[in-house]
Structure formats: C-alpha cells, structure tokens
Design a protein around this ligand. Structure first.
Ligand code: 5GP
Length: 216
C-alpha cells in the first residue's frame, strides 16, 4: 500500500468548498507527562468531534489499560508484519518500545470529512512531515522542566529508571519544537487555556481559504 503525498497550495481547479469536504490531519507531539491526553479529553468533553488514532505498540499493557485503550497491544512479530505490509503511516522506537500509526483508520476518517489527530513523538512527526507535508504540526510544552518532573513523579506509572529516561528524552524533544507549526504551553493548573489554544488552532485551520490537506 503506497502513500501518495500531496500538498494543496493554490489549486486553480478545486474550489475552496470542495477542499473543505475532507478532514484535516493534525499531529500533536509532547514530551511524556506534558498532559496531551488531558488536553484532548478536555476538547472531547467540550463536544469537539475529531478522531484520535489508537497506535499499535509492543509496549506491555499497564494497569487500567485494555486492548484498544489507549493502544492496540501487539507482538514484535505482528508489528514487523504491519511494517512489511505497509499498514503503518509511521513507526518509531520510543522509550525502548515500538509504536506506530495504522493507516486505515486515518484514511477512513479523513475521507468522511472527520479531522484526525495523531499523538506521536518527534521522530514520528518528522516522518509524517516528510510524507504528508499538508498535515498540521502542533507541539505541547510544559510550563517548565520542573513542572514536568512533578507530573511524571506524581502519576507513578513508571519506575525511577523509566522516569529518568523519559526526562532525558523530554529535553531532546523540547529542543525540536521549532520544527512545528504551533507551540502550546500547558502550564500547571491551566489545562483549559491549553485546550482553548488547541481548539482555536483547529478552527482557524478550517477557515483557511485553501485548507492544508493530505492525500492518503
Ligand atoms: P506511553 O507509552 O507513555 O503511552 O507513550 C510514550 C510515547 O510514545 C509518547 O511520547 C507518545 O507520543 C509516543 N507515541 C505513542 N503512540 C505513538 C505512535 O504511534 N508513533 C510514535 N512515533 N510515537 C507514539
């Protein structure tokens, strides 16, 4: 399955109304513990309709997680087979585990005019930028590295060693924020402000005369 890349710039034959019938592809990256799931949940609670793709991963399931929530938990062999069959838009090794975005749900949702949001790390975003430059790239940052340490420690889902690894990865990731179209700050106790920024970006992108579209 091949991915055809197309960036709509000023297409003389396509009316802006025609271009609006397809969903937009948003890519959201954030260092671990920045609160991207909370921001997304806030927008969903406000009734905003967009599809968040469940990644496939080789990471073991954590307590409270289940198949499809938040990921499809698969074996290394199944993961490799998906790569071989071109079923993933991108894949990356993140904090020692493999993660990837299945193409089909992205394609299906965009086709019916529904916006799609990919929650992926900076490596995955770089791949999507190369393949689909019409996607819209958003980076969520914490108020400070200190806030990140506090959040990662408080959630107690990682061992101390894993937490250290995630903090080191976070520093590397934060250095790449200038590769993104938008940067949103999610300060401690100011979730609504961060969600409002994301909502505003999503709305504004729909108001472009010629929306940024992708072809899959
Ligand atoms: P966690 O295991 O804590 O849920 O996620 C760890 C990291 O993996 C997060 O930074 C998240 O953005 C990233 N991630 C989750 N799914 C994907 C994916 O499909 N592709 C890529 N490249 N990164 C992902």
């Amino acid at each position: 399955m091949q991915i055809k890349t197309e960036q709509i710039v000023r297409e003389p034959n396509a009316s802006s109304a025609q271009l609006r019938s397809q969903g937009l592809l948003f890519v959201l990256s954030a260092p671990s513990g920045t609160g991207k799931d909370s921001v997304i949940q806030e927008l969903k609670a406000q009734g905003l309709d967009f599809h968040v793709v469940a990644s496939v991963t080789t990471r073991p399931m954590r307590p409270g997680e289940s198949e499809g929530n938040p990921y499809h938990f698969i074996s290394k062999e199944q993961f490799e087979e998906m790569i071989e069959q071109d079923e993933l838009l991108e894949h990356a090794l993140v904090h020692g585990n493999w993660y990837g975005q299945p193409l089909q749900p992205i394609r299906d949702n965009l086709r019916v005019g529904r916006d799609v949001l990919l929650k992926i790390d900076v490596q995955g975003a770089a791949t999507v930028r190369r393949k689909l430059p019409g996607a819209i790239f958003i980076f969520l940052v914490p108020g400070s590295v200190e806030e990140l340490v506090i959040r990662l420690t408080a959630r107690q889902t990682e061992t101390e060693e894993e937490r250290e690894r995630r903090l080191n990865d976070a520093r590397v990731e934060l250095a790449q924020q200038d590769q993104y179209d938008y940067v949103i700050v999610n300060r401690q106790n100011q979730l609504k402000e961060a969600a409002e920024c994301l909502r505003a970006i999503m709305r504004a992108e729909h108001c472009r005369t010629y929306p940024r579209l992708v072809t899959l």
